[in-house]
Design a protein around this ligand. Structure first.
Ligand code: SAM
Length: 396
């Protein structure tokens, strides 16, 4: 379980990092001024994470792993990619072959481990497409593939947009949607305010205003229907980009499976009265806190995913909602236990490490329950491996 660290106890950045952050602060302040004094939080988050050369994901900071700010499942253990490889093999076999498309490939470790495992399973894809927003991370992914699986790197193609030809195969994104910009809101009695970002002296601050986009009103009303007991003062976020992105993807998939793994809940659980401060979390040097205005560009900013919205978007765009479960159930359904039993771990130390990795991936207090897997599919008749153990589609 991650506990929120008080901001006063966070380690201070060094002078270079602070100068970098100040340049990004300057860019955001300029934009706020140009926009008449305020920007939506979604625009703030977009700049803080993706402003070219300065945003958290666009600049060359070390984000992943022990020396960075957070650790994702593929970074914890190759068993994660090993399980995904088994799910992928099932899909590619059902289709008689095809391609893989990975969104937001981070350090490239998942692409490396997935390709290596699929080679062992004799199920390599024709192409391994990567769609990555960050130019700096693309280079890192290229280097990782060249270093670890040079003989397979010829299959990997980086795309700037979805391929023109429709996809047949396995499409997936791990921890990408939580890094997409969200709008933020506060319930005020019968009404609702959007929370904008303004400049207050040298700092950024929140300022309430009317909704910035008509599409938000529709989403707010769905939330109020799903969670009628929310009280005035309740704060929450809406990710408009993720369902739109699922719809775009649905149109690009001829046949195959879209696997989305991220932390989040069905709508009525995400917008629960007890989550009264929203789900916005920042990751900075393995500390979790809730101040997105701290050190812009030096920390990750995330919000939990509304899996009901993704399932509805997929269904509305003609995909079958083929499974929804926890990360633990998904991995166990794909054969995590069997894989671990045959993993090369000759020394006691290796076996302890393996056990530790499995715990982090599957225990409820770690990533096992808060992370969910959603499968959207077209033209696949079989029950999907990762969802055979337990399927919670009825909760969506
Ligand atoms: C938290 S990291 C996860 C990385 C990797 N999937 C993993 O599990 O280790 C988020 C990744 O998504 C990328 N990303 C965010 N929004 C994206 C988008 N709209 N399209 C493609 N990549 C995106 C980021 O640049 C980064 O590589």
């Amino acid at each position: 379980m991650k506990f929120v660290t008080p901001v006063s106890e966070l380690p201070a950045p060094d002078e270079d990092a602070l100068r970098h952050s100040q340049r990004l602060v300057g860019l955001i302040r300029d934009e706020i001024e140009r926009q008449g004094g305020r920007i939506t939080f979604a625009r703030y988050m977009e700049l803080a994470l993706y402003a070219p050369g300065l945003g958290y994901y666009s600049a060359g900071l070390n984000k992943f792993g022990a020396a960075g700010d957070f650790v994702t499942a593929p970074e914890i253990s190759p068993l994660f990619a090993g399980c995904a490889a088994r799910q992928c093999r099932q899909v590619l076999q059902a289709l008689g072959g095809g391609d893989i498309l990975e969104f937001g490939a981070g350090s490239g470790v998942m692409a490396v481990d997935l390709l290596a495992e699929l080679e062992i399973l004799n199920s390599l894809p024709r192409h391994y497409f990567i769609l990555e927003i960050s130019a700096e991370l693309r280079e890192r992914q290229r280097a990782a593939l060249m270093q670890r699986v040079p003989h397979l790197s010829g299959r990997v193609i980086w795309l700037d947009e979805l391929p023109k030809q429709k996809l047949r195969g396995f499409v997936f994104a791990n921890e990408v949607m939580d890094a997409m910009p969200v709008h933020r809101f506060r319930l005020d009695g019968e009404g609702i305010s959007e929370l904008y970002v303004v400049c207050e002296g040298v700092a950024f601050a929140w300022r309430a205003g009317p909704l910035s986009d008509a599409a938000l009103a529709e989403r707010v009303s769905e939330i109020r229907t799903a969670s009628p007991d929310l009280k005035p003062g309740y704060i929450f976020e809406i990710n408009l980009g993720a369902p739109a992105w699922v719809r775009t993807l649905a149109a690009a998939i001829e046949s195959g499976m879209l696997l989305l793994i991220d932390y989040g809940y069905p709508r009525h659980e995400l917008y629960h009265p007890e989550r009264a401060r929203g789900s916005l979390l920042c990751h900075y040097r393995h500390h979790v806190h809730d101040d997105p205005f701290l050190y812009p560009g030096l920390q990750d900013i995330t919000a939990h995913v509304d899996f009901s919205a993704l399932a509805e978007a997929g269904h509305g765009a003609g995909l079958q909602v083929a499974g929804y479960t926890t990360q633990a159930n998904f991995l166990l359904g794909c054969g995590l236990t069997e894989m671990a039993a045959v993993a090369p771990a000759s020394e006691t130390r290796q076996r302890i490490q393996l056990a530790e990795q499995i715990k982090r991936l599957t225990l409820p207090g770690e990533m096992g329950e808060v992370f969910k897997a959603l499968a959207l599919a077209r033209g696949i008749a079989h029950p999907l491996l990762g969802f055979t153990l337990k399927d919670f589609r009825s909760r969506l």
